[in-house]
Design a protein around this ligand. Structure first.
Ligand code: IMP
Ligand code: MG
Length: 181
């Protein structure tokens, strides 16, 4: 698996240190308010697991399944909600967690959906934010790292369902992406 990686963009140790900081900031942001964590599957799974273990408070975790990439390295432009039922967020404050902010469509669509379902406050957190123009006007309240506009994998992020278990954020070799398209 590591042989398929062209370069490591953010290594494990750097991610871990940054999570300490973000976890603390999120807790400050909610000012001792109770909140429910909504994880956008599957990409945010690894990040959220590590982030929440840095938050020593009682909290609930809910998951939401959406798809926008459909196996390619470019967003399809459509956000599909894959669950038949959304998490119960009526009257609650929500921390929405995703792996990466790219076009912004996912975070915008999910945030809007949660508000429509009665969430009183939605704060968002992403591990990565790509520096680019967004298709949807949205920014995250908390960002782990700002990166350039390139396709990355690891620490939850996938290419065609693979590489989520890389412990760092990396860029795949061109031949790996080329071979499987
Ligand atoms: P957006 O809706 O375009 O902001 O895209 C968000 C979703 O696209 C993320 O939740 C990821 O699942 C996926 N995505 C965007 N960029 C990348 C990438 O560089 N690598 C892997 N997945 C990505
Ligand atoms: Mg995702």
């Amino acid at each position: 698996m590591h042989d398929d990686v062209e370069k490591v963009l953010i290594d494990e140790g750097v991610i871990e240190k940054r999570l300490d900081v973000i976890a603390e900031r999120i807790l400050e942001d909610f000012c001792d308010h109770e909140f429910v964590v909504v994880v956008i599957l599957k990409g945010a799974l690894v990040f959220t697991a590590d982030l929440l273990r840095r938050m020593p408070i009682p909290l609930e975790i809910e998951c939401i399944n959406v798809a926008s990439y459909h196996g390619a390295t470019e967003s399809s432009g459509r956000v599909d909600f894959l669950d038949s039922k959304l998490p119960e967020v009526k009257g609650r404050s929500v921390l929405l967690v995703d792996d990466i902010l790219d076009t912004g469509r996912t975070l915008a669509a999910v945030g809007q959906k949660l508000c429509e379902h009665g969430a009183t406050m939605v704060k968002s957190c992403v591990l990565l934010s790509k520096e680019k123009e967004r298709a949807a006007e949205v920014e995250a309240n908390h960002v782990g790292f700002h990166i350039g506009d390139e396709f990355v994998v690891g620490y939850g992020l996938d290419f065609r369902g693979l590489y989520r278990n890389l412990p760092y954020i990396g860029v795949l070799k061109k031949k790996v992406i080329g071979n499987s398209v």
